[in-house]
Design a binder for this molecule. Structure first.
Ligand code: HBZ
Length: 841
């Protein structure tokens, strides 16, 4: 155990003691080996944070060695690499994960214990790296973990936002957004000031013919912004592989444009240029499943794509291979349409800079890219206005027009009689103004397109991308059902459960091959095992109850049924259905006589999640949940029978506390709207049961674990369209029980009823697009069934154990292997020292 700068544990201990005795400051904790900026910072921080810094630096030192080796080995081996382009990487904390992945958490715990620190306190000092909105960003983080754990030569590319997703405060029941400045002290990143790329914007396109009669195109003038690489090590579990996540930060270019301004004395505008440049990577856009078409967002996208492509091409060129070999060396996966410009950028590099013929270049491009779609919601499909494009990226717009022209010519040849098809599939939408349809561009420029769960992959083929299936045939479209990393979401978040499983399975191999969990099935009738299983769940609930008490002041009974819905707040995810159900439960309890209340199963309804700052309806839902909580939690008639909790600022590290503590979790989106969902997998893997619609991955979870172990309800996706139609043309449809809930809200029971009128009107008057009323009855009776089932704890435990035993499919390792086989055509690297590393674990 040797934190950076200390040769022996004694030396470290002596220093900590000194610091402890000298007024809880840590001036001398980290010696001169640290960068001066960090040292200055450390001098001002309290002791726990200093202990975190020391521990993080110790682990970082280890990682660096393996990281360098991995990179050297991958370069030497010169195999195909996968590059995962994602605007979001929702990593959460790193230290705990790093300790577990290198197999030295126990050692660290002992070391810290000796020094008088609790390892949990030290881990909790770390600021979450929250560079993402929700499922899409977290998926990218799980994929990085799996890629490294499986020894794939892989790089992630993203943006180094100075501000991640905002921090959420609740004030008077309303969400308030606070900036999330997370880079104060981040030991996990390495600034690579030697790795920079100048990225161009604006300007104009010069086309001329050279002396040999060849057409030459160049993009001239405009602005340059410099991308600086920041590298983050990504350790695999039980292997020495440490992959790289490269995040780009923007700064003013030191190129000719700025200098010319300085030289002419135009200082103010040179400073403005600098600020404008730094703005590009300043902040993560906080919208999930909504596109707003802001220029800065397009700038972010191009900045990151151009820098990443330049880097990838630079690396390829070092190998001195022919361009035709590019797709044998490079696979690039697009995490949604956000990086679609990478397709255009590669085509531009190949034709304008490297002088390849259009068709040859385009063949290389389409073999290189794969595109993952994460949504069918129309408001989330990216479109960019042509005038905006023309101004910001004039050469790219030309290339897009050419891609579209050749594509449409091919379509016309194949479907000469279907003139309307051309308008439908055109990459350019003929609207006012014209728009570039990014999903269509991504499809045309990729060799494979995948959805993220079976139902979703089927839906994209039959709805939004139907014409493209006709054009390309069904084989271009495939499904890769999402997965989660069991390292973070079982082993790290729920160490006691992981340990219990390991004790029965004879070790931790299941963390690398999750299908081994099925060996738990025989223990479903083992009394002692069941008892331990129940104790662990209870302990996790106690821990969550403590967190709730500390953060909200509300005391909840850990013996009650914990019912959890944590995810981004969105009408399609239907937190409103949940809270309306809670109000119905409240009314039911109130209507009971005191002796009847004794039979009611106590329940704690726990919500958490952020609303996009501009999404008024989502904010209204948060407000209602909080107002219902205020009333219910203080009603003496109710007592412990019902508590309603909104956990502020839901993020990855809170998810690690909440997930293991749930009895039932809610995955209740309108059928056909949630592409996959991944928290459903996390909850089941932690022994929680789920209530859900037949939507996204719920369907496959049900298939794997058995219908008897899931509480399903609601309408099916194939009926959604007809139901919506009926709302407008049929009779008034508000469910009578739901109408009572509305009356209660309108009576002012939860404060100013006007605050919630839009929420009610959306259902009662404006067509109930998300089918809240249609599903309400089925939802409530399923909740009643849950109460009954929970009373039989023995059966409940059996369901819980069997479900965990059958969750093997949902590891992100399986998912990554599927991508590798069917999309990337890439093999893992042989790592010889794997056994040695596993032995440490
Ligand atoms: O991606 C989510 C899906 O809603 C969820 O069903 C799926 O499990 C998950 C992983 O595949 N999508 C998102 O999280 N999407 C975004 O966060 C998003 C962010 C920015 C956008 C659009 C969508 O511009």
């Amino acid at each position: 155990f040797s934190p950076s700068g200390f040769k022996t544990k004694d030396e470290f201990e002596a220093c900590i003691t000194d610091v402890g005795n000298s007024g809880l400051r840590a001036e001398d904790l980290i010696t001169g080996r640290m960068r001066p900026a960090c040292r200055d910072h450390i001098g001002k921080i309290p002791i726990q944070l200093a202990a975190y810094s020391g521990t993080a630096l110790a682990f970082r030192d280890r990682l660096i060695i393996d990281w360098n080796k991995t990179q050297q080995r991958q370069t030497f081996d010169d195999q195909k690499r996968i590059y995962y382009l994602s605007l979001e990487f929702l990593m959460g904390r790193t230290l705990d994960n790093a300790m577990l992945n290198v197999g030295l958490k126990k050692v660290a715990k002992e070391g810290l214990d000796d020094l008088g620190f609790r390892i949990e306190d030290v881990i909790n000092q770390e600021h979450d790296a929250a560079l993402g909105n929700g499922g899409l960003g977290r998926l990218a983080a799980c994929f990085l973990d799996s890629l490294a754990s499986l020894n794939y030569p892989a790089w992630g590319y993203g943006l180094r936002y100075r501000y991640g997703i905002f921090k959420q405060d609740i004030e008077n029941g309303y969400q308030v957004e606070i900036p999330d400045y997370w880079l104060d002290f981040n030991p996990w990143e390495f600034a690579r000031h030697d790795v920079t790329v100048d990225v161009q914007f604006y300007g104009w396109v010069n086309k001329h013919t050279d002396d040999d009669g060849k057409q030459v195109v160049s993009w001239q003038d405009g602005e340059l912004v410099t991308a600086v690489a920041y590298d983050v090590p990504i350790p695999g579990y039980g292997t020495s592989t440490v992959n790289n996540l490269r995040l780009w930060s923007s700064k003013a270019s030191s190129g000719e444009f700025d200098f010319s301004k300085f030289n002419s004395g135009d200082y103010e505008s040179a400073v403005a240029d600098q600020q404008r440049a730094e703005t590009i990577s300043a902040v993560l856009y906080p919208n999930d499943n909504l596109e707003r078409g802001k220029e800065l967002r397009l700038k972010q996208q191009y900045f990151w794509c151009a820098a990443s492509l330049h880097d990838i091409v630079r690396r390829f060129k070092k190998t001195q291979r022919k361009w035709s070999e590019f797709p044998d060396q490079v696979a690039i996966q697009l995490n949604d349409t956000h990086p679609t410009l990478a397709i255009v950028e590669l085509q531009r590099i190949l034709i304008d800079k490297e002088g390849l013929e259009w068709d040859v270049a385009w063949g290389i491009v389409t073999k290189t890219f794969g595109y993952t779609n994460h949504t069918v919601l129309p408001e989330a499909l990216e479109k960019w206005s042509v005038p905006l494009f023309q101004n910001l990226l004039p050469r790219h717009l030309q290339i897009i027009y050419d891609i579209n022209l050749f594509f449409l010519q091919g379509v016309e040849r194949r479907f000469p009689k279907d003139r309307e098809m051309l308008g439908r599939v055109s990459i350019i939408e003929e609207s006012q103004p014209k728009m570039v349809r990014m999903a269509y561009l991504a499809i045309v420029g990729s060799h494979k397109v995948n959805g993220v769960a079976e139902l979703h992959s089927d839906l994209i083929k039959t709805t939004i991308f139907k014409d493209f299936v006709k054009i390309y045939g069904p084989d271009k479209f495939t499904n890769v059902t999402n997965g989660i990393t069991p390292r973070r979401w079982l082993h790290q978040a729920n160490p006691r459960l992981s340990e219990l499983i390991a004790s029965k399975l004879g070790g931790y191999d299941f963390l690398k091959d999750l299908t081994l969990l099925n060996k738990l099935e025989p223990f479903v009738d083992d009394k002692d095992f069941k008892k331990e299983w129940a104790e662990i769940k209870y302990a996790n609930k106690v821990r969550l109850a403590q967190h709730i008490l500390k953060t909200t002041g509300v005391s909840v009974n850990p013996k009650a049924l914990f019912d959890v819905q944590v995810k981004r707040i969105h009408e399609y995810k239907r937190q409103q259905l949940n809270i309306f159900g809670v109000i119905r439960r409240y009314l039911t309890i109130k209507a009971l006589k005191p002796e009847e209340r004794k039979k009611v199963l106590p329940r704690v309804s726990i919500f958490g999640g952020k609303a996009a700052p501009g999404y008024w309806m989502a904010k209204t839902i948060i407000h209602l949940i909080n107002k219902v909580g205020e009333v219910v939690n203080n009603d003496p008639d109710v007592g412990d029978l019902l508590k309603v909790i909104f956990i502020e600022d839901y993020n990855v590290s809170k998810a690690e506390i909440i997930t293991p503590a749930s009895d039932i979790s809610e995955h209740i989106s309108t059928a056909g709207t949630e592409a996959s969902g991944t928290s459903n997998m996390k909850f089941v893997l932690n022994g929680g049961l789920i209530i859900g619609t037949l939507d996204g991955a719920n369907i496959e979870i049900t298939r794997e674990i058995g219908e008897q172990n899931v509480f399903l309800f609601g309408n099916l996706s194939e009926d959604v369209e007809d139901l919506r139609h009926n709302h407008f043309y049929g009779e008034s449809h508000v469910d009578p029980e739901l109408a009572k809930v509305f009356d209660t809200i309108k009576a002012g029971t939860f404060g100013d009823e006007g605050a919630f009128s839009a929420l009610i009107a959306a259902i009662a008057e404006h067509g109930d697009y998300y089918l809240v009323s249609d599903d309400f009855h089925s939802y409530c009776s399923t909740q009643d069934l849950i109460d009954e089932s929970y009373k039989n704890q023995d059966e409940w435990l059996s369901k819980s154990i069997l479900s965990v035993a059958r969750m093997g499919f949902f590891t992100s390792d399986r998912c990554i292997n599927e991508y590798a086989d069917s999309i990337w055509n890439i093999e893992p690297l042989q790592v010889k020292d794997e056994d040695e590393v596993r032995a440490r674990t």
